[in-house]
Design a protein around this ligand. Structure first.
Ligand SMILES: O=C(O)C1=C[C@@H](OP(=O)(O)O)[C@@H](O)[C@H](O)C1
Ligand SMILES: C=C(OP(=O)(O)O)C(=O)O
Length: 409
C-alpha cells in the first residue's frame, strides 16, 4: 500500500493517545513470563510486542519474530535459560542479516547450547534450553545494548545472579538503564558502576505488582517534527507521558526546543507547542549515541526547515531494520537534499529545494515512513509500503488524519 500525502496543515489543538513504549513492553513481557505475578497496564499494541507476546505464550517450536530486534535478542536469552525446551528462533530476511554473535557468545560462555542454522553470527538460531550456573560474563558493548538487556532480563532467575563486564564504548545506555530500572521495580537488586553491572538472584515475587507502561517516546518524535514544521501557535497534546521517563528518547523535549517547540508536562500528558520561528544562525549539531531511534526524525526535520545538521553517534544505524544512514541519504537526495554519511555520522547541507510528489522508499523500516511523513506540511509526497509503521505504531496514519493530514491511496 502506497500512500499519497497531500500538502496539509495541522488542526489547531489536537489530542492523540499513543500506545505503550515497545521497549518497556517487550522487557515487561519477558519479565512477566519469568514472574507471573507481574501485571502490565498500557502494553504496546505494536507488531513487535505482539510477536513477543505470541512467542512467550505459545507452544510452537519454530518461532518467527519477523523484524523485531528486541524480541530476537530477548527471546534468545530467555529460551537459552529454559530447561527442556528446544526452539528455533527465526525472523525476516533482514533479521537474518542482523548480528547476534556477541549475545550468543556471551550465553555460550555461561554454558548455553545455541547453534546457527544458516549464517554464522546471525539468526536463525536453534536453542536447547538448560539451567545456566556460571555467573560472570564479559561482552562488547559498542554494537547493540539489546544484547546486554537480554542478559540482564534473565539474570535474576539464574542461580547465582550475574556479573557483566562491558568492553568498549557503551552504546544506547538509556536502554540499559531502562532494563535495570524495571528490574529494580520488581525488587531485583542491581548495580551499574563504570563498566560492571551486577544483578542479584530473585527466584520469585512475593506479591502481585502492577506496572504501568509509559507511552512510546520514539513515536512521539514524529509529532515533535510536525510541530517544528508548523506555524507558531500550533499545539498537539499527547498521552500518556511522565516528566520522569525511563525512555532515553524523552530527550526530544530538550532537543526540539532548538526548533522552537516547547513541551509542557501536565497530569500524564505532554502538550507540544510551536512558540517561536527560529532564525538558525548555525546548523544543528547532536550526538545521538544515547537515542539512535530519533536520528531519522531529526534529519528530516532539519531538511524540512532548510537548516544544516551534523548528527554523530550513529554507528548502530547501519544494522537496524535497514541501513538507515544509506536509506536517509537515498531518500533525502531524491527530495533535493545534499548530504554525506560515514559509518557513524550524517552531515546535511541547508536545503535549497523540496521536490514535490517525490515517492519515498521505506525499506521495510517503520521509521523511514514515519520520519518522512511530516514533510507533507511543506509539500505533497508519496510514502511507499506505508503499512510498515505497524512495527511500532499501528495507528500512525489514523492519528495523522485526526491531526488534519490529507492521506489517500
Ligand atoms: O532495548 C531496546 O528496547 C532498544 C535498544 C536500541 O537498540 P541498540 O541498542 O541496538 O541501539 C533501540 O535502537 C531499539 O529500537 C530498542
Ligand atoms: C531499531 C528498532 O527496533 P529493533 O532493533 O528492536 O528491531 C527501532 O524500533 O527503531
Amino acid at each position: 500500500m502506497h500512500l499519497k500525502l497531500h500538502h496539509a496543515q495541522v488542526n489547531k489543538a489536537s489530542k492523540i493517545t499513543i500506545s505503550g513504549s515497545k521497549s518497556e513492553s517487550n522487557r515487561l513481557l519477558l519479565l512477566q513470563a519469568l514472574y507471573p505475578k507481574i501485571k502490565i497496564t498500557n502494553l504496546s499494541n505494536s507488531d513487535d510486542s505482539q510477536v513477543m507476546q505470541n512467542a512467550l505464550s505459545g507452544q510452537a517450536n519454530v518461532i518467527d519474530i519477523h523484524h523485531a530486534g528486541t524480541a530476537m535478542r530477548f527471546l534468545t536469552a530467555y529460551f537459552a535459560t529454559q530447561p527442556q525446551k528446544e526452539v528455533v528462533l527465526t525472523g525476516s530476511e533482514r533479521m537474518k542479516e542482523r548480528p547476534i554473535k556477541i549475545l550468543v557468545d556471551a550465553l555460550k560462555s555461561l554454558g548455553a547450547h545455541i547453534t546457527y542454522l544458516e549464517n554464522e553470527g546471525c539468526p536463525p538460531l536453534k536453542i536447547l534450553g538448560k539451567e545456566l550456573v556460571k555467573d560472570k560474563v564479559t561482552l562488547n558493548a559498542n554494537v547493540s545494548s539489546q544484547y546486554i538487556s537480554a542478559l540482564l532480563l534473565v539474570a535474576p532467575k539464574l542461580k547465582n545472579g550475574l556479573e557483566l563486564t562491558l568492553k568498549g564504548e557503551i552504546t544506547s545506555v538509556p536502554y540499559i538503564k531502562m532494563t535495570l530500572s524495571l528490574l529494580e521495580q520488581i525488587g531485583v537488586k542491581t548495580t551499574f558502576k563504570d563498566n560492571i553491572i551486577t544483578i542479584s538472584p530473585k527466584p520469585s515475587l512475593d506479591n502481585e505488582i502492577d506496572i504501568v507502561v509509559e507511552s512510546d517516546w520514539s513515536s512521539a518524535s514524529y509529532f515533535y517534527s510536525i510541530l517544528a514544521l508548523s506555524p507558531v501557535g500550533t499545539k498537539i497534546t499527547l498521552a500518556s507521558y511522565n516528566a520522569n521517563s525511563l525512555q532515553g528518547d524523552s530527550v526530544l523535549a530538550t532537543i526540539y526546543e532548538q526548533f522552537g517547540v516547547q513541551t509542557q508536562f501536565k497530569s500524564h500528558t505532554i502538550t507540544l507547542e510551536k512558540t517561536a520561528e527560529v532564525m538558525f544562525k548555525k546548523g544543528i549539531e547532536l550526538n545521538l549515541v544515547n537515542c539512535p531511534d530519533i536520528a531519522q526524525t531529526i534529519a528530516v526535520t532539519c531538511f524540512g526547515l532548510g537548516v544544516s545538521c551534523e548528527l554523530t553517534g550513529l554507528h548502530t544505524l547501519r544494522i537496524k531494520e535497514t541501513d538507515r544512514l544509506q536509506a536517509l541519504k537515498n531518500e533525502l537526495e531524491k527530495l533535493g537534499g545534499e548530504l554525506t554519511i560515514t559509518n557513524e555520522s550524517l552531515t546535511l547541507q541547508p536545503s535549497k529545494e523540496m521536490r514535490p510528489n517525490t515517492a519515498i522508499e521505506t525499506y521495510n523500516d517503520h521509521r523511514m515512513a514515519m520520519a518522512f511523513a511530516p514533510l507533507a506540511l511543506k509539500t505533497a509526497l508519496v510514502i511507499k509500503d506505508a503499512a510498515v509503521v505497524t512495527k511500532s505504531y499501528k495507528a500512525f496514519w489514523d492519528d495523522l488524519k485526526q491531526l488534519g493530514f490529507k492521506v489517500s491511496q
